[in-house]
Design a protein. Structure first.
Length: 226
């Protein structure tokens, strides 16, 4: 019952944020958005008693820097520096996710999936090159570097989520991997919307995929150790 009520609270937070995005009422959006990662991090900690300490620490740092990124991007329309610092925050979050997924593989003691089948990396490289090529002419010199570095980290994060295949609970793998793909989708939409062309209802699509991404990754990590 307690878990159901806790999820009801999360549903209220998510609906509140999405309503703010849909109606383009910033005070509603900004009233709920800070609590998304607070809830996800809090729920993870509440259920992480039997999980490796390093896994918990890496996950919490990923959630914390994602939260910083959320907060900074809320003010990106005021000054572009907020967008850049927010991008750095999410870059750090992606690095923590990479080390987190590698840690779960090391704990399993099994061979990483991509070490056996590295050709799967071709899909990530191709996707990254396509998106970067589309954006390239719309970026200044600094953003060309920043977007390349962040895209490399983002796709590496998802590749490391794929790398967990066969190294633990299959549901855990599925949730984390789907979450990583949704993260890629969300951030790709942000880049295309900001630098290429407006996406209709971009706030709804971006936040729905982003919230789902963080939630699935968190639940997948918990499932690994149930």
């Amino acid at each position: 019952m307690k878990k159901s009520l806790f999820h009801l609270l999360f549903l209220i937070i998510v609906v509140g944020d999405l309503v703010g995005e849909l109606l383009q009422i910033k005070w509603i959006d900004y009233s709920f958005k800070p609590f998304i990662l607070i809830w996800i991090g809090g729920y993870f900690l509440m259920h992480a008693k039997n999980i490796d300490t390093k896994v918990v620490r890496l996950a919490m740092f990923a959630f914390i820097f994602s939260w910083f990124g959320d907060m900074l991007l809320m003010f990106s329309e005021i000054d572009f520096i907020y967008f850049m610092v927010g991008l750095v925050s999410f870059l750090i979050a992606q690095i923590f996710y990479i080390f987190l997924f590698l840690r779960t593989i090391n704990i399993s003691g099994k061979m990483p999936f991509l070490k056996k089948k590295p050709f799967w990396l071709i899909a990530y490289i191709a996707f990254g090159l396509i998106v970067y090529t589309i954006l390239y002419d719309h970026l200044d010199a600094v953003l060309k570097i920043a977007v390349f570095v962040y895209m490399t980290a983002l796709l590496s994060m998802s590749a490391m989520a794929l790398n967990r295949f066969g190294n633990g609970h299959p549901i855990s793998f599925s949730l984390v991997f789907i979450g990583s793909l949704l993260f890629v989708l969300s951030d790709t939409m942000i880049a295309l919307n900001k630098f290429l062309a407006p996406i209709p209802y971009e706030g709804i699509f971006i936040m729905t995929s982003y919230i789902s991404a963080q939630y699935f990754i968190m639940r997948g990590l918990l499932k690994q150790y149930e």
